[in-house]
Design a binder for this molecule. Structure first.
Ligand code: CP
Ligand code: NVA
Length: 326
């Protein structure tokens, strides 16, 4: 059974297959061609945390593929009242074809996958947010950044940037970890600037360095936001206070105050650099209003691409696992 818990679960070729599917399905959708590749299939969506983009994109995505999505929030599920993951996963998976889970500790997701008889997709855990990164990568491709030959044909492009530099500024959190996985799998340059006490998890960094040996990725981890921004093709950041960290808010406001993406940071980047943010964003904190609402910002295209990237993932997993209910 192939689940999608992290980008590290897949080879570069497999990730590109999913992107190719996402691009093809997006094209068909734009042209008004029906895409019933998962006709009659059901997707359960388990949310133990809030969501706008993930919920809408999965629910609309499975519908556009001819299937049906079931939204299951923690406040309604027995899981939220203490039913164990093992029973919840076994029962839900006995009735649906795929399950998306958004949860707290990544181990909860792994346990869910262990007891699920159908593929489980990570809709965000404290450690990783891989669906977001596929949407981010699709947005990079559409902006001519790091477009591999095998998917070049499907993309409108002018000047392709073959070896881009992505600069991530902020918390060494689930987004930073996912950027580490994407860059190290695909083989581009990633520079992370995180405050000293908020560096990414060392075990995940070690995996990224190991992957980079094979892919040729260059990974730089520092606390210097000026150095990472220089000549970067993508500047990205994330909230200083992730879901579940609300009690640390005041401390984090102090610790991250110098890690803001503003127009000075953007001026150090490549002149055609794009700005990405997974959203929700907090204007005036991790990013200034002029940057997030400026011409280099691709945040709405990026959020919209969640829809298409995830359709690529669901169709790919379905093909791999030849999904059928009991
Ligand atoms: N980026 C993202 O996952 O947004 P939501 O929390 O709204 O789903
Ligand atoms: N790091 C953020 C991402 C939200 C999409 C969080 O986990 O809350």
């Amino acid at each position: 059974m192939r689940h999608f818990l992290t980008l590290n679960d897949f080879s570069k070729a497999e990730l590109l297959e999913m992107m190719k599917l996402a691009i093809d399905i997006k094209m068909q959708h734009i042209q008004g061609i029906p895409t019933p590749y998962l006709s009659g299939k059901t997707l359960a969506m388990v949310f133990e945390k809030s969501s706008t983009r993930t919920r809408v994109s999965f629910q609309v995505g499975i519908y556009q593929l001819g299937g049906f999505g079931i939204f299951l929030s923690n406040s309604d599920l027995q899981l939220g009242r203490g039913e164990i993951i093992r029973d919840s996963a076994a029962v839900i998976s006995s009735m649906v074809d795929m399950i998306m889970v958004r949860t707290h500790m990544h181990q909860r997701l792994e346990e869910f996958a262990k007891y699920s008889s159908v593929p489980v997709i990570n809709g965000l855990s404290d450690a990783f947010h891989p669906m977001q990164l596929l949407a981010d990568y699709l947005t990079m491709i559409e902006n001519g950044i790091f477009v591999p030959h095998r998917i070049l044909d499907g993309v409108a492009h002018k000047n392709i940037i073959a070896m881009p530099i992505v600069a991530y500024i902020g918390d060494g959190n689930n987004m930073a970890h996912s950027w580490l996985m994407l860059a190290s799998k695909l083989g581009f340059e990633l520079r992370l600037a995180c405050p000293k006490n908020y560096q990414p998890n060392q075990d995940i960094v070690a995996i990224a360095y190991e992957n980079a040996k094979k892919s040729g990725a260059k990974i730089i981890i520092t606390d210097d936001i000026i150095e990472v921004a220089k000549a970067a093709n993508v500047i990205t950041t994330d909230t200083w206070v992730s879901m579940g960290q609300e009690a640390e808010k005041e401390q984090r406001m102090r610790d991250f105050k110098d890690y803001k993406v503003d127009s000075h940071i953007m001026s150090l980047a490549h002149q055609d650099a794009i700005f990405l943010h997974c959203l929700p964003a907090y204007r005036g904190l991790e990013v200034s209003e002029e940057v997030i609402d400026g011409t280099q910002s691709k945040i709405i295209q990026e959020a919209h691409n969640r829809l298409h990237a995830q359709k690529g993932v669901m169709v790919w997993l379905n093909k791999q696992n030849r999904i059928t209910t009991i």
